[in-house]
Design a protein around this ligand. Structure first.
Ligand SMILES: *Cc1c(COP(=O)(O)O)cnc(C)c1O
Length: 361
């Protein structure tokens, strides 16, 4: 007999490459490569974690009732339609495991989040990528990309790594036009950064074919805790809960997330700081001849003349102790994605890019 082989699709997965966090020979680096909150989590979340250390010998809640109630209360949602996962990555995996598989297709856009492809392949499904229009999600190409095999369509709104966003009317047009046996997944990892935007929660409540995913990893500053959640029609939640491990979230992670979501003053402060510093960053880069699309998230996508210039700038920034993200793997070889840091970091990265562009290197 031949030796054991993994399931079809698994070896097509290129392992996920996270944002760098160190540079050889450089100390005191500033990490602007993973869209983390530069100010970290709220003090309330940190306090909750310290208190929870006394309960670490106890198994955590299996139904996440308290965290779901907090999410429902703060966002005005139905707790019965919420599911919590180990980051929104886990919710994405649940969706693929439950609804995709061999002989099915999972649709997303050319600059879509890397996990959509990885997770689809892990489930044995065929990932299908369609074009965007100048780095903006295009509903027409998504509709044209649907076949009778399509089961899931993933859109991040705002999108990562482009930072661009599309309106609800466009999203509804997709939900109306896509095949019946298909779910539209709205990834709202950056929804908190957009004032007044519900991430698509209302659309989820109005229809039976839309799911929203959210995360505590970005604005809430809890990327290391690994907590995300999904909002979906009740029948979808029932399906996903069947494949969710009963103890998927630790009690430490659960209390951190609950305290974080209830600290609405901190959320507002972080959103306002980000908006102000993002404008500062994109305007400073524009002055140095580096354009960015209008970003609605906590990063900007800086466009260079070509791949060589983008890579040259990345190496120059690394020497200055500034780590940003290369996005050639997202079909954006001439771009660098730069997380909006605190004010000194924003000023420093803009200054260094100016120095690089001026040829003073
Ligand atoms: C960061 C990010 C996520 C969040 O992943 P977690 O597993 O929740 O940390 C999801 N989608 C997109 C588009 C992201 O950029």
């Amino acid at each position: 007999m031949a030796p054991i082989e993994p399931q079809p699709g698994i070896m097509d997965i290129a392992p996920y490459v996270g944002g760098k966090s160190r540079v050889e020979g450089v100390t005191n680096v500033v990490k602007l490569s993973s869209n983390e909150n530069p100010f970290g989590p709220s003090a309330a979340a940190k306090d909750a974690v310290v208190r929870a250390t006394h309960e670490m010998h106890r198994y955590p809640s299996t139904d996440h009732a308290e965290l779901r109630a907090a999410i429902a209360e703060v966002h005005g949602l139905d707790a019965e339609r919420i599911i919590c996962g180990v980051g929104s990555d886990e919710i994405i995996h649940f969706l693929n495991q439950a609804y995709a598989g061999p002989e099915t297709e999972v649709l997303y856009t050319e600059h879509g989040f890397a996990m959509y492809r990885i997770s689809a392949l892990a489930a044995g499904a065929t990932p299908v990528e369609v074009r965007e229009r100048d780095r903006v999600t295009c509903i027409d190409t998504l509709l044209a990309g649907c076949t009778e095999r399509t089961r899931l369509i993933f859109i991040a709104n705002p999108n990562n790594p482009t930072g661009t966003m599309i309106g609800m009317a466009e999203i509804e047009r997709l939900a109306d036009g896509m095949p019946d046996n298909c779910l539209l997944v709205l990834d709202g990892a950056y929804a908190e950064y957009v004032e007044g935007y519900d991430g698509g929660a209302k659309l989820v409540e109005q229809r039976d074919n839309v799911v929203m995913t959210r995360t505590f990893s970005k604005l809430y500053g809890l990327g290391g805790m690994r907590v995300g959640w999904g909002y979906a029609p009740k029948p979808v939640i029932d399906v996903l809960n069947r494949i969710r491990g009963p103890f998927n979230l630790s009690n430490v992670a659960l209390v951190a997330a609950e305290a974080a979501i209830r600290d609405t003053a901190y959320v507002e402060k972080c959103r306002d700081d980000n908006t102000r510093l993002r404008t500062l960053l994109s305007e400073s880069l524009a002055e140095h001849g580096v354009p960015c699309d209008t970003s609605m998230a906590n990063f900007v996508l800086a466009r260079f003349a070509d791949q060589a210039e983008a890579e040259g700038c990345d190496l120059y920034l690394q020497k200055q102790g500034l780590i940003v993200r290369r996005v050639a793997g997202y079909n954006l070889p001439n771009c660098l994605r730069i997380t909006v840091g605190d004010e000194p970091s924003v000023r420093r990265v803009a200054y260094c890019i100016g120095q690089f562009k001026a040829g003073d290197r």
